[in-house]
Design a protein around this ligand. Structure first.
Ligand code: GLU
Length: 307
């Protein structure tokens, strides 16, 4: 028997959902519903400075307005820090974790941006720092050592992906200097513990996946399948951001119906030939990943003009 499909929405409550978030959420929901699976909502409020309760409420409201429901809401990440601490300890006991005292400015100066996508690579400054060389009175961030070997996986939408952690990223942070556990660690612990079998999210997180697969391996956890979907862009190719406030769900709800927005997103995704209004649940039965566009960026404003 095929194991149950379990997917998740994992929004960060640091703002109102914009059209790009809705696009990823629609595809995540369709993929789960088409497989008769279960959907989990998990609020990723790890960063206390950026997370706000009213954004979490607005995200729930906007998902439901779009017709994207869930079967279970997990505890938010802020309530799960003991789990992350346990995973952190597990890695520390393996001798793979070390404190890093580099300041943001030092990191910026020392690391060459990675050629292909502007990611910076940590040069290993604090990797072998002797305990008596550690600066006093400064709280360190904590990094996990990475090996010089390739991590490979097959993305459900994009096909084979390969990255060398040492070359493309370097030792990465799993706990920040303010004590907050890093997204990379928390998301692995959560997805594994919640039995998530498929992760659908924007291509902006594609380069996080090799790091996460490395953590799955170290922690002895079962990794899900990954589907990284297109980013919605402005006509000049720039990613949608807060600057495009007219494309957040708060503004769009004033002007369009949920069916119009879902129709637009479905068309941009390649799931229907025109942006005709449609309900999400009407798309679920015929959904297949093979139909989803292979583009990495989709100009959404061009489509918006047609609805
Ligand atoms: N919380 C992350 C975000 O909103 C998503 C994490 C994920 O899907 O893995 O960008």
């Amino acid at each position: 028997m095929k194991p149950e499909t379990v997917g998740r929405f994992a929004p960060s409550p640091s703002g109102i959902m914009h059209l790009g978030n809705a696009y990823s959420a629609l595809l995540a929901w369709l993929s789960v519903r088409a497989a008769g699976g279960r959907m989990i909502l998990r609020i990723e409020d790890l960063d206390p400075d950026r997370s706000r309760q009213e954004y979490a409420d607005a995200i729930r409201r906007d998902l439901l307005w779009l017709g994207l429901d869930w079967d279970l809401e997990s505890a938010p990440q802020s309530a799960r820090t003991r789990r992350y601490a346990a995973a952190f300890e597990q890695l520390a006991e393996m001798g793979l974790v070390y404190p890093c005292y580099c300041t943001r400015a030092q990191l910026h100066a020392a690391s060459a941006p990675h050629a292909s996508d502007g990611q910076t690579v940590y040069p290993g400054t604090c990797r072998d720092l002797a305990p008596d060389a550690r600066p006093a009175g400064r709280a360190p961030a904590w990094r996990v050592r990475v090996p010089d070997e390739d991590v490979e996986f097959c993305d459900g939408r994009m096909g084979p992906v390969r990255e060398n952690l040492a070359r493309d990223c370097g030792d990465f942070i799993i706990r920040r200097s303010d004590g907050v556990y890093a997204y990379q660690l928390a998301v692995v612990v959560d997805d594994a513990e919640m039995g998530v079998s498929q992760v659908v999210r924007g291509c902006d997180l594609l380069h996080s996946t090799p790091r996460q697969l490395y953590l799955y391996r170290l922690l002895g956890l079962q990794a899900p399948e990954f589907y990284h979907v297109s980013l919605l862009c402005a006509p000049d190719g720039r990613r949608l951001s807060k600057r495009d406030g007219d494309l957040d769900l708060g503004a769009l709800r004033q002007r369009y119906s949920a069916e119009q927005i879902v129709g637009l997103l479905a068309c941009a995704a390649g799931l229907q030939p025109t942006p005709a209004p449609v309900r999400a649940e009407e798309l679920a039965e015929a959904f297949r990943w093979e139909k989803v566009t292979a583009e990495t960026a989709v100009d959404i404003r061009a489509w918006m003009e047609t609805i």
